[in-house]
Design a binder for this molecule. Structure first.
Ligand code: MN
Length: 240
């Protein structure tokens, strides 16, 4: 049966080699046999520019390229960690960058795909930061700096983010329900798939006065979280 796979929040990092291995195996097996693979953000723990020359980046690009080359289209959406993935990464990995949000036809059902950070509208600090770093001017200035300096800035940003996150109540870090409904109504969809919150679940809700579904992908910190969709429906699975 044809199947489409969705993953997000792998947060690939040289410090977690077992997860990188799990992902490369996933690409070789499940990835190759899928009709299509969507990576909905935060594939990498950090991405400081397409001139990234680390071993992790090249191993992952090679794995993606092999999987895409075997005939599985791979779409990659930016997350809040790897929003600098650009054209050179896409060319090197054989992937297609996907806008956030995007609407696809998934076996006859119109489905909205997002990373998920835009749904967390209670976290106003973060959204203000997001606006800044998504500015083309900020990105051009950042990318013009030497790699070592960018690594240093990325480390600082991550430390600041960990500090800020520590003081925030759990509810602020989750999606805002009204934003979810408004976003789904604006796109006229009854199904939304996203990641980011690391709270894998299938939620039922009402949108446009009709039953709707919000499918949330989990992270890959200790195992892999995969959503497998076929013409018969979608199923959240754990790997590893
Ligand atoms: Mn995220």
């Amino acid at each position: 049966m044809p199947c489409t796979l969705f993953i997000s929040d792998l947060h690939l990092d040289p410090q977690r080699p077992a997860i990188t291995r799990l992902f490369l195996d996933f690409l070789e097996q499940r990835g190759r046999s899928a009709e299509c693979l969507y990576i909905l953000g935060d594939l990498f723990e950090a991405w400081i520019g397409d001139d990234e020359d680390g071993a992790l980046a090249s191993a992952v690009c090679a794995g993606l390229r092999d999987c895409a080359g075997s005939g599985t289209p791979i779409y990659v959406m930016h997350g809040n960690r790897d929003f600098l993935l650009g054209r050179d990464f896409a060319a090197a990995s054989g992937c297609t960058l996907l806008a956030d949000p995007s609407v696809i036809d998934l076996y006859g059902q119109v489905t909205l795909l997002m990373h998920g950070d835009l749904l967390c509208t209670d976290d106003t600090d973060y959204l203000a930061f997001r606006d800044v770093v998504r500015e083309p001017q900020w990105q051009q200035a950042f990318l013009a700096k030497p790699l070592a300096e960018r690594r240093q800035i990325a480390r600082q940003l991550r430390e600041t983010s960990i500090e800020k996150t520590r003081g925030k109540p759990e509810s602020i870090m989750d999606v805002n329900q009204q934003t979810v409904v408004d976003t789904m109504e604006r796109h006229a969809v009854q199904r939304l798939i996203h990641g980011h919150t690391h709270r894998p679940a299938v939620h039922g809700l009402t949108v446009n006065g009709k039953p709707a579904q919000r499918l949330v992908l989990g992270d890959w910190y200790e195992q892999g979280s995969v959503l497998e969709c076929t013409p018969e429906g979608c199923q959240l699975q754990s790997l590893g």
